[in-house]
Design a protein around this ligand. Structure first.
Ligand SMILES: NC(=O)c1ccc[n+]([C@@H]2O[C@H](COP(=O)([O-])OP(=O)(O)OC[C@H]3O[C@@H](n4cnc5c(N)ncnc54)[C@H](OP(=O)(O)O)[C@@H]3O)[C@@H](O)[C@H]2O)c1
Length: 286
């Protein structure tokens, strides 16, 4: 399959490059292919004639989006419109990767694909605006929402927890922010299966099960040999940050499961991640 891939240097982009080895993949990245510049994007795609465009590029810094809403909308909303226009003009199916943060986090059960989005922050609102462009411009698309992504070499929750543990020796982590930690490799495998179907529409792909940031941090420390590092449970009210992310946003994979696409439990995925990361392990941590 001929696949163009935006965000090819990001966490999911690199995981997709690893998974789509049998396909003909055109990696797109800045500075040559800036999604905010339609002409640059079209020039990048001109000769390739993709059958599928996977759009994994985004402005993913949630606090940064809150501080710079114009950049958030330029990249996440208008940039996605540009990718959708490019997909329309090249006749390609588009995959748009979206987020758990399109929901407001006030539910008591995980969100499924039929729940109504109601984002509370700039990041979630700008990503939802991207979804709307995709729905308005294209008839053949997949919108894949995911959550709490991590991959090797990424700047993610795992690397932040390990860095903080090694620098400070103890941690404070929130117990009331809850979602699904997701290994980008597993998400990439699920996307690779999805694009070989014609079941267009919206999907929730995360590793199965969910947990709080606190539980996630505890398992990261245990699996990386730092189980003796003390972790104080706190609430998000006690954790000062620019953005106020929605609190309870686990996603339920209903639509994918109907066509046989499921992801393994988050704890198993995290173990698999650490098996490939001997450099992150500490042996004296209990
Ligand atoms: N990370 C998460 O926890 C999470 C959770 C839910 C959903 N998602 C979604 O999943 C997707 C992949 O996330 P990720 O974690 O792989 O993100 P990431 O590691 O931050 O990578 C995003 C990539 O997008 C590129 N990019 C940003 N602005 C661009 C522009 N104007 N033109 C071209 N490329 C641009 C970045 O390139 P530069 O290196 O040049 O900046 C970067 O390589 C995104 O759509 C994100 O919204 C992520």
């Amino acid at each position: 399959m001929r696949i163009a891939l935006t965000g090819s240097k990001g966490q999911l982009g690199r995981a997709l490059l690893e998974v789509l080895k049998e396909d003909e993949v055109l990696p797109l990245a800045r500075p040559e292919c800036d999604i905010t510049q339609l002409e640059s994007l079209k020039a990048c795609l001109e000769k390739f004639k993709p059958e599928v465009i996977i759009h994994a590029a985004a402005f993913t810094d949630v606090d940064g989006c809150e501080l710079d809403p114009e950049k958030a909308y330029a990249v996440n909303a208008l940039g996605t419109r540009n990718v959708a226009v490019a997909a329309l003009e090249s006749g390609a199916v588009m995959v748009y990767v979206s987020t758990n943060e399109v929901f407001d986090g006030t539910a008591s059960e995980p969100y499924w694909e039929f729940d109504r989005p109601n984002p509370v922050g700039v990041y979630g609102r700008s990503k939802l605006a991207g979804e709307q462009f995709v729905r308005e411009i294209l008839s053949r698309f997949f919108i894949v929402r995911t959550a709490w992504l991590y991959y090797h070499g990424g700047n993610n929750f795992i690397t932040k927890i390990i860095r903080a543990a090694d620098e400070r020796g103890s941690l404070r982590v929130v117990t009331d922010e809850v979602s699904n930690p997701t290994y980008a490799l597993d998400l990439a495998v699920a996307i690779s299966k999805l694009i070989r179907t014609n079941f267009y529409g919206t999907y929730h792909f995360t590793n199965s099960g969910y947990c709080s940031r606190y539980d996630f941090a505890k398992l990261i420390l245990e699996l990386s040999g730092r189980g003796n590092v003390p972790v104080e449970p706190i609430t998000s009210k006690e954790w000062v940050r620019v953005a106020k992310p929605p609190l309870f946003t686990p996603l339920r994979n209903f639509a994918g499961a109907q066509i046989g696409i499921t992801l393994r439990p988050w704890e198993e995925a995290l173990k698999a991640f650490f098996q490939r990361e001997p450099g992150l392990m500490r042996s004296d941590g209990g």
